[in-house]
Ligand binder design. Structure first.
Ligand code: S3P
Length: 450
């Protein structure tokens, strides 16, 4: 079932070429952080280009529940009147974070060192995801967590009244865990020091510096060591959210595999901790160019141009690249199915604990659609059959996972018999305009009622 209503089956069929300009929405990671950091600053933070997907709207509602004023102007500008570091009020009701792991984990960190109690829940997908990865380090600050047996939501956190600063090494490559610890460290006296063996997306570090926190990153042989000085006064900011490279991935990859296509995706943030997919696609032989390369808000950005690429070859994706493209493996597997030969993806255990088990969800659907897939605990191999290699003619299960739904719809555009997803509803969590945007490029998408 869809996160917020009845399941919405949708079918993607082979039609003409995909052509035109794809203006994708704002970055989901930066949107969540804009609202949360805005709520922890003193004064008014102004945000333009915010992703108005359900995940982010749920975070906005949570910030209101903690006492911040969060409003939207008619022109789409968002304003957040923050309550200051340590200033969160106790929510009157349970906080429903919907489908969003990023939302719930970052918010848990942000409230963990405030002397308040909050109870969190979410949809069936979020209630099945591991939370101990966040509550274990938060316990070091003095935060107590009471959840279900396997550390799952619903869960109540009792914030630390006298938080201690923490030194912690993340056991899994996760920007959500890193960010939860750093946000908790904001209201702890002294220095919180976090080490991550592999670099994960660094939006929290960059944005904390922008809000005036004292934060530094040292690259050492053991990984990145991030030191944050607690109890700063965060200064409100004006934030122009860049467009989401993870959303750009869908029109880009759809164009690469759909005959005759050429799509321009303007103004995409290319932070190196997020851009691994585009490097991988180029190694496979994709006709993908970065135009108008520039700096925006201190981060690289470019317009992406993707053209139909019938000569792509399967490759071995370097495991050390996994963190920089972790959300893009589902759509990469669709491109891989349309490339010649095997694409090998290793070091990707984290895919099994996303909105769904993404290796299982993609492997099941691709196999049903006529593609051979092998998989193990932290690896999978897609045996590509070249252009038009996906037979289709099947309905696939999307398991409340927006990226699984969008990946199979893109697969449908290049399949011989079309692909139906059992529920396109969750797409609204991250890419609410996916359907009109893809139709605008010429894609054939049908809802069950049509
Ligand atoms: C995110 C981190 C990643 C990613 C998610 C967004 C973030 O999760 O999959 O979509 O904004 O910090 P992990 O930190 O669990 O890898």
């Amino acid at each position: 079932m869809s996160a917020h209503g009845e399941p919405q089956p949708m079918t993607a069929r082979k039609g003409g070429a995909l052509t035109g300009v794809a203006d994708v929405p704002g970055d989901k990671s930066i949107s969540h952080r804009s609202l949360i950091l805005g709520a922890m600053a003193v004064g008014e933070t102004i945000v333009t280009g915010l992703l108005e997907g359900q995940d982010v709207l749920d975070t906005a509602a949570a910030m209101r529940a903690f006492g911040a004023e969060v409003t939207r102007d008619d022109d789409g500008t968002w304003r957040v009147h923050g309550v200051g570091v340590g200033g969160f009020a106790e929510p009157e009701d349970v906080l429903d974070c919907g489908n969003s792991g990023t939302g719930v984990r970052l918010i848990m960190g942000a409230m963990a060192t405030c002397p308040i109690t909050a109870t969190f829940t979410g949809d069936a997908s979020l209630r099945s995801r591991p939370m101990a990865r966040v509550t274990d380090p938060l316990a070091l600050f003095g935060t107590r967590a009471y959840g279900r047996a396997k550390g799952q939501l619903p869960m109540t956190l009792v914030g630390a009244a006298d938080p201690l600063p923490v030194t912690y090494t993340t056991p899994v490559p996760s920007a959500q865990v890193k960010s939860a610890v750093l946000l908790a460290g904001l209201n702890a006296p002294g220095q919180t020091v976090l080490t991550e063996a592999e670099a994960t997306r660094d939006h929290t570090e960059r944005m904390l510096a922008g809000f005036g926190a004292e934060i530094s990153t040292e690259v050492t042989p053991g990984g990145r060591v991030i030191t944050l000085t607690g109890q700063p006064e965060l200064r409100p900011q004006s934030i122009a959210v860049p467009r989401d490279p993870s959303s750009a991935a869908f029109p880009v990859c759809a164009a690469l595999i759909t005959e005759g296509s050429e799509v321009l995706v303007p103004n995409i943030g290319l932070n190196p901790t997020r851009a691994g997919l585009f490097e991988t696609l180029r190694e496979m032989g994709a006709d993908l160019s970065f135009e108008n390369m520039r700096e925006e808000g201190g981060e690289p950005a470019a317009d992406l141009r993707a053209r139909y690429s019938p000569d792509m070859k399967g490759i071995e994706v370097p495991p050390e690249r996994a963190a920089s493209m972790i959300d893009e493996y589902p759509i990469l597997s669709v491109v891989a199915a349309n490339a010649e030969g095997p694409t090998v993806m290793r070091g990707v255990k984290e895919l099994r604990v996303k909105e769904s088990d993404r290796i299982a969800a993609m492997a099941d659907g691709l196999r049903a659609a006529g593609i051979e897939v092998e998989d193990g605990p932290d690896w999978w191999i897609v045996h590509g059959r070249g252009p038009g290699g996906i037979e289709g003619g099947v309905t696939v299960a999307t398991h409340l996972d927006h990226r699984i739904a969008m990946s199979f719809l893109c697969a449908g555009f290049a399949s011989r018999k079309g692909i139906t997803v059992d529920d396109a509803g969750p797409i609204a969590t991250s890419f609410p305009i996916f359907e009109p945007l893809m139709r605008g490029l010429g894609a054939t998408l049908e809802r069950a009622s049509e």
